[in-house]
Design a protein around this ligand. Sequence first.
Ligand SMILES: Nc1ncnc2c1ncn2[C@@H]1O[C@H](COP(=O)(O)OP(=O)(O)OP(=O)(O)O)[C@@H](O)[C@H]1O
Length: 184
Amino acid sequence: MELSQTESDNVSLGETNEEVMASIDESPAEIAISVRVAVRVRPNPRPVKERSMLQVAPFSISTLPVTTTASGTFGLTGSPVSHPITFHFDEVYHEGHSQAEVYAGSVEPLVNQFLQGYNATLLAYGQTASGKTHTMGTTESQMTGGMIGRSLESIFNHLEETEAWKLRVGYLEIYNEQLVDLLR
Ligand SMILES: Nc1ncnc2c1ncn2[C@@H]1O[C@H](COP(=O)(O)OP(=O)(O)OP(=O)(O)O)[C@@H](O)[C@H]1O
């Protein structure tokens, strides 16, 4: 997605590319903190064999302790793990967190940066059925609507207050190394 002001007006939608590049050059430390990683634990859809289950212990806003049942094995080491292994993230969302909470915590700051002229990328990564599509969203519902719809809504709300703008949107799928244009 790309947002720019139209050539015929002088409305400012944020910093110019030159200003953004200059600020990045001035503060390399900002680059280091510009990548944030959040994890979202999805609800189990149906009873799963206990021995193959990873158990997620109570966790804080930024840590995710993972362990297995006594007879289980932990995928990364192949060994039974009785004590939690704690992974650290910038944000951790559990089954009870809503789409709105995930958006407010991890995506809205990115959209705000985008509206100030910065490039922004939101990447959903995970094994099949882990909830990437659910999180990114396929509906416009207030309750279940995902990150793409919420981001667009926020961007268009911002643009309503702006006189002239140009927004280009692409929607591509890469599946089995094939590139598919989902808008055609
Ligand atoms: N946080 C969640 N709350 C409720 N249901 C969820 C959640 N995450 C995923 N699901 C449900 O789990 C199922 C699988 O999720 P989804 O299709 O989003 O996975 P995916 O990562 O996109 O899978 P794939 O890589 O195979 O496309 C769907 O039925 C989805 O509605």
